[in-house]
Design a protein around this ligand. Structure first.
Ligand code: TMP
Length: 211
């Protein structure tokens, strides 16, 4: 049986991460890879319910730590119900976001502290981390301008520029902490170029990790 792998995609809101990760997943499938594409928050029924709860713009009174715990809870269920079983079955799991998002958004964006958010997540995931993370880099203002034209903005999209700037600073710390796992791409480039470059990068990475 082929070896399974766990790859995540990260980046600020408006970085193009969702579009590009889904195109990369389709491209890998066309090239014959057994890929499971998923996302956080969400990915399975219970975690999608938690997603709705967190992102509902009506939930303005939600406390920052409640939010962090809900993301971690959704992640736990997603991991045990979907990510681990698929990796164990030899598939490539591509997840649009994973724990780095919590470190950047809740740890730094919400000012809870990276260490504190890391600790509650370690309880949830018991050290199970992606082997490779594709990071799409973009200036927070460019990201906000891109999401500005969306018809529906969730509770986090509606946060102001200072929150999104802190999230970017949070990602800078994540990049430093996990240099070996993160591969950074410039999110200002075209969707087509990024999709093909990232697809090729992942194929090379999988080939190198085949043994
Ligand atoms: P999405 O826009 O990538 O679907 O993610 C929804 C929002 O949730 C986005 O603003 C980022 C945020 N988020 C966190 O704040 N912490 C997390 O752990 C995750 C997975 C997402």
């Amino acid at each position: 049986m082929k070896k399974g792998h766990f790859i995540s995609f990260e980046g600020p809101d408006g970085s193009g991460k969702t579009t590009i990760s889904s195109l990369v997943s389709q491209a890998l499938k066309k090239r014959g890879f057994d890929v499971v594409y998923t996302r956080e928050p969400g990915g399975i029924r219970i975690s999608e319910m938690i997603r709705d709860l967190i992102l509902d713009p009506k939930n303005v009174e939600m406390d920052a730590k409640t939010e962090a715990l809900l993301y971690a809870a959704g992640r736990r269920q997603h991991l045990v119900e979907k990510i681990i079983p698929n990796i164990d079955a030899g598939r490539i799991v591509l997840s649009d976001r994973f724990v780095d998002s919590s470190l950047a958004y809740q740890g730094v964006g919400r000012e809870i502290g990276i260490k504190e958010v890391f600790d509650i997540n370690m309880f949830a995931i018991e050290g199970y981390m992606p082997e490779l993370t594709i990071y799409l880099d973009i200036d927070p203002q460019v990201g906000l301008d891109r999401i500005g034209s969306r018809d529906f903005k969730d509770r986090l999209d509606q946060e102001d520029i200072s929150f999104h700037e802190r999230v970017s600073q949070g990602y800078e710390l994540v990049k430093e902490k996990y240099q070996e796992r993160l591969k950074i791409f410039d999110g200002n480039r075209s969707i087509e170029d990024l999709t093909s470059e990232i697809t090729e990068y992942i194929i090379e990475w999988i080939t190198a990790h085949e043994a």
